[in-house]
Design a protein around this ligand. Sequence first.
Ligand code: APR
Length: 311
Amino acid sequence: MRSKVTVVGAGNVGATAAQRIFDRGYADVVLVDIVEGLPQGKALDILESGPVIGSDASIVGSNGYEETADSDIVVITSGIARRPGMSRDDLLLTNMRIVSSVVAEVVKHSPSSILLPVTNPLDAMAQRAHQVSGFPKNRVVGMAGILDTARFRAFLAEELSVSVSSIEAYVLGGHGDTMVPVVGSTTVGGIPVANLIEADRLEEIVQRTRDGGAEIVNYLKTGSAYYAPSASIVQMVEAILFDKNEILPCTALLEGEYGINNLFVGVPVKLGASGVVEVVEFDLTEDETAALKQSADAVQELVDVMASNEE
Ligand code: APR
């Protein structure tokens, strides 16, 4: 029997993730959105690509949650984008309400699922999804670090004219301006990257990574990135469905690891069939530890704003 993956939010990120998963054929997909006809139309269009690309998986769209019953993984991309004149807190609280209502429905229909929040601000939304679901911490794991790391690796590969697969890197911390590309443990074919790229240039690449989301928005103007985000979602889905125990940068609940407590932050995790098998702690330099702490503080501020706006 195929696995079952629900994707909530049939916008750019959700629909592209659904398509990528359907294309691979290993999971049946349910696409959910509040907009009538949107998930149904996109799902049908993707289904009709099956004979051409050779996928026998099923994909259906829905405005409700009946069809999502007993999903193995639920990817949550539902939310709104920040509009002109909207403060960060307005966005935070609007998406908090959307994610809360979605998670409440998901939990009713798929009580054993693993939740994979993607909606921004990601770390705060993962925290919220964990709180509303009541799920154990291993079954809530957010997508951001793989995307940030992929951007960093892509830029380094371009700079050094080397295969992306030769670059090992991690971007940790919150998904935002304070993210922490861990330069100290970034290697190219085993060689520390600092030996290959001079410090000023490396700092430019780090900054471009931090601004990676904004760089795409500046080009697209009316939307944000979705090809790399959806590819990153698929890597997590596969690590879970195929019990890979793959070590990937993801947003997980920390309880003392890296000196951070009771907060969802991006860290390397071992991802397998049960979700987060463990948080992997590797050595950071003093500067990197301080930057991670600062990033966690920024996430904590958002969590505090959510807590003071509980209904
Ligand atoms: N239930 C289901 N779907 C919802 C709900 C809800 N309560 N509220 C909004 N949606 C849907 C919207 O109708 C829309 O189709 O979520 C979808 C969001 O899609 P887009 O606006 O295209 O946004 P997208 O680019 O896909 O990004 C989604 O992922 O990377 C993050 O920052 C990004 O938070 C954003 C999310």
